[in-house]
Design a protein around this ligand. Structure first.
Ligand SMILES: Nc1ncnc2c1ncn2[C@@H]1O[C@H](COP(=O)(O)OP(=O)(O)OP(=O)(O)O)[C@@H](O)[C@H]1O
Ligand SMILES: [Mg+2]
Length: 441
């Protein structure tokens, strides 16, 4: 009575269809042998438009999850590798197991690709459990997860969102990426270094009706830069009002414009933020800095302070030509950073923004533009993270709230304005890719 006894060895000849591969090999044999109890995995797990056969849980840490895909015994595994790869890359999951009962393969995600790490026959799998466990066993992956958590909490990462061309989507990127990171459980601080104060507006901090009620002008980024002895970050930080998550903001103000010469005279103004952020490095995981469309002092301070640079661009000719300025600026700032013993800025890439979703454009002009920009400027274009032009993204900032007679600004992140918007998926994807690039996963 082989295979009716749960302790009998697995025999692929008893699997006549995909369901039986799932029940006899995965549920009865593999998952328990690898240490996954019944509450540690989901069957038929939906993720966006994907439907995974199995996904192990790990408190939301994708680096310690495993996607398991079972196929009909007559299917060749080679034909299903691209699908598994797609799942692993899109979901940023590190391990995938693929089987048709006859064969078992384990893939690992590394540097944007998946690699075959292990393969064996289904027949005799009991003799291979130790090897499989060492790769994707619960104990192995949960131990990796706790190491990641420690690392996460100790390394605050700073990302500047910059392009010297105006209107390319810097502010839209900053605020919605902040919301996407907060959704992923990160503690986020936004710094607005632009005197247009659009980020301060978009995060819901400019909701006073008139100038007399302006409660920002006495505590904003200028005070931190100018009166370094008197002000610390917690004293100028505000709780934003654009997201269901707690996201802190160091606001800007239109008056910042008047102070550029004065701050330029102060040698230390360039390094203040670096120093001030050190004092809150255990409080935040991610700091996002929004910058002005210029090569001014504030852009300079942002690039001196940051670890990483994200360059939003609509990829139109003026924005592309502006990339020469960005490159020269980065290289000049790197010279300064070297003097003060800071590592060079790490460029995350050019983020295509406000891109037309017209199919003809996407498949023709856009593909060429991305390729040309990469070749010409030698900066990676984040082709998997395109932010398309969508009305929702413009509208979410323009929301208002009626309070008695008054109409108040009530901007929302795209996540809070319309969770079904395609832009939500785009920002989730962007956060996932950056998450990986900056070494969180
Ligand atoms: N993906 C998008 N789809 C539709 N509208 C967008 C998109 N991104 C930005 N916008 C709109 O384009 C305008 C400029 O965007 P944004 O303010 O983010 O650019 P910016 O680079 O920060 O501008 P500035 O250089 O003036 O600071 C805004 O009205 C914004 O709502
Ligand atoms: Mg802006």
């Amino acid at each position: 009575m082989q295979n009716h006894d749960s302790k009998a060895p697995f025999d692929p000849r008893f699997c006549r269809n995909e369901r039986e591969v799932e029940s006899k090999l995965i549920v009865s044999c593999l998952l328990p042998a690898l240490g996954y109890e019944i509450n540690m995995w989901h069957q038929e797990k939906n993720w966006r438009h994907f439907r995974l056969d199995f996904l192990t849980t790990a408190n939301g840490q994708t680096n310690s999850q495993v996607i398991i895909e079972a196929k009909h015994p007559d299917e060749e595994l080679d034909n299903h590798v691209p699908q598994l790869e797609n799942y692993m890359l899109k979901m940023q999951v590190d391990y995938g197991l693929l089987t048709n009962g006859r064969e078992v393969r384990i893939y690992q995600r590394q540097t944007g690709q998946i690699h075959l790490k292990f393969e064996c026959f289904g027949y005799g799998i009991e003799g291979k459990i130790a090897e499989i466990k060492a790769l994707i066993g619960k104990d192995k992956l949960f131990a990796a997860q706790s190491q990641h958590i420690i690392q996460d909490n100790t390394t605050m990462k700073i990302i500047a969102v910059y392009h010297n061309k105006g209107g390319v989507g810097k502010t839209t990127t900053t605020v919605n990426l902040a919301a996407a990171f907060a959704n992923r459980g990160k503690r986020v601080l936004i710094i607005d270094l632009d005197s247009q104060a659009n980020t301060t507006f978009a995060t819901g901090l400019i909701n006073f009706g008139d100038e007399e009620k302006d409660d920002l002008k006495d505590h904003y980024i200028y005070h931190l830069l100018r009166h370094s002895e008197r002000f610390s970050i917690p004293e100028v930080v505000r709780k934003s009002r654009f997201s269901t998550h707690d996201i802190d903001v160091i606001p800007s103000h239109i008056l910042l414009m008047q102070h550029e010469n004065e701050l330029n005279q102060l040698d230390y103004s360039r390094m203040i933020l670096v120093q001030k952020l050190q004092a809150v490095k255990d409080k935040y995981d991610i700091v996002l800095i929004d910058t002005p469309p210029s090569l001014n002092l504030y852009a300079r301070i942002a690039l001196i302070t940051t670890d990483y640079l994200l360059i939003p661009s609509d990829l139109k000719p003026f924005a592309n030509e502006g990339l020469e300025n960005v490159k020269a600026f980065v290289s000049e700032i790197n010279g300064f950073r070297k003097m003060v013993q800071r590592q060079p800025i790490e460029i995350l890439g050019i983020l295509p923004t406000k891109i037309s979703s017209n199919n003809k454009f996407k498949e023709g002009t856009l593909v060429n533009r991305m390729k040309n920009v990469e070749e010409r400027y030698q900066i990676e274009v984040l082709k998997d993270c395109i932010i398309f032009e969508r009305e929702d993204l413009a509208k979410c900032i323009e929301q208002t709230l009626q309070v008695g007679e008054l109409e108040m600004n009530d901007p929302r992140s795209i996540f809070d304005y319309k969770s079904s918007s395609k832009a939500v998926e785009e920002f989730e994807q962007l956060a996932a890719v950056i998450h990986q690039k900056i070494g969180f996963a």
